[in-house]
Design a protein around this ligand. Structure first.
Ligand code: NCD
Length: 306
């Protein structure tokens, strides 16, 4: 298995063996996340974020620092000057002179793939429009594995915006490499993208539903997502589905005792604050697992571990 110098563009580029290996290395990196190390001393990460982010960018930068490396980059909330194609290619060909690896978040689907074609250094896709968010999928899997001790055999529901949510696209692809039962819960207009559905249905059993209630009692993992307001073509369409799902204590009365609830964050109103104190809530642990997983990825890509 070779990771050194490799791009992370789509979760589809990885086999189950490779994903399992990344999760294993992530487990071994927990002490580095706690106490730091210097295995990437002298190495530099550039974070190029053309879209808003709190977690992902800080998580990558924190991971790099904990490995003894350093991080440079920019984070712009405004994307008005972003143009297709050439601009990004040029940016990447400039930045590769400063950095050993680039984490890129961009509003256009295909942006990370394009950047990787031009860059001499590895590109990590930190979110490409509504398309994919592969490192989030890896940290989600790591969380399930760490919390439940297994991924095979798990009964899991992805809930919310399955159309515009990139995290659920990557996660669904990744889960289809395991023996899971997958429930997809969304309003009709936000059903899972066709291309994702077609691919995962060839591998695992997938059931589509409109409400959480009808499947909740059987679930081991409830993965909630935000309705991606910024990706809707118009405000009226968003208004129709806004607030479609809300997990609160009353709903959870029907849940298994050891159900875990995940969310890539930020949450808006899909999980009530009262749920935070329950034993089901794992979305803040997920943030920690994000650091651990990104430490593993950076160490693997930059050849500091094998
Ligand atoms: C997600 C994203 O950016 O796609 N956030 C994240 O990276 N943790 C989810 C979201 O924005 O809803």
């Amino acid at each position: 298995m070779k990771f050194k110098g490799r791009d992370i563009i789509s979760i589809k580029d990885f086999t189950r063996q490779e994903i399992d290996y990344i999760l294993k290395i992530a487990g071994e990196m927990e002490p580095v996340a706690k106490s730091g190390s210097d295995i990437l001393h002298g190495k530099l990460l550039a974070t190029l974020f053309f879209e808003p982010s709190t977690r992902t960018r800080l998580s990558f930068e924190s991971a790099m620092h904990k490995l003894g490396g350093s991080a440079i980059g920019f984070a712009e909330a405004e994307i008005t000057s972003v143009k297709k194609g050439e601009n990004l290619a040029d940016t990447v060909r400039v930045v590769e002179n400063y950095a050993d690896v680039i984490a890129l978040r961009h509003p256009l689907e295909g942006a990370a793939r394009l950047a990787a074609e031009f860059a001499k250094v590895p590109i990590i896709n930190a979110g490409s429009g509504a398309e994919e968010h592969p490192t989030q999928a890896l940290l989600d899997l790591y969380t399930v594995w760490k919390e439940l001790g297994r991924i095979d055999g798990v009964n899991i529901a992805l809930v919310g915006d399955l159309r515009y949510g990139r995290t659920v696209h990557s996660l669904a692809y990744a889960l289809s490499l395991y023996d899971v039962k997958l429930h997809l819960v969304s309003p009709d207009s936000l059903r899972m993208r066709r291309e994702v559905l077609d691919t995962i249905k060839e591998r695992i059993k997938v059931v589509e539903k409109r409400t959480i209630e009808e499947i909740l009692p059987r679930l081991d993992v409830l993965y909630m997502t935000r309705i991606q307001k910024e990706r809707f073509p118009d405000a009226a369409e968003y208004a129709k589905v806004k607030g479609s799902y809300k997990v609160d204590l009353r709903l959870l009365e029907d849940a298994k005792k050891d159900l875990i609830i995940l969310h890539p964050l930020p949450r808006i109103d899909e999980i009530a604050a009262e749920v935070d104190a329950t034993s089901h809530a794992r979305y803040f642990q997920q943030v920690w697992n994000g650091i651990v997983t990104r430490i593993a990825l950076l160490a693997l890509i930059l050849g500091a571990t094998e």
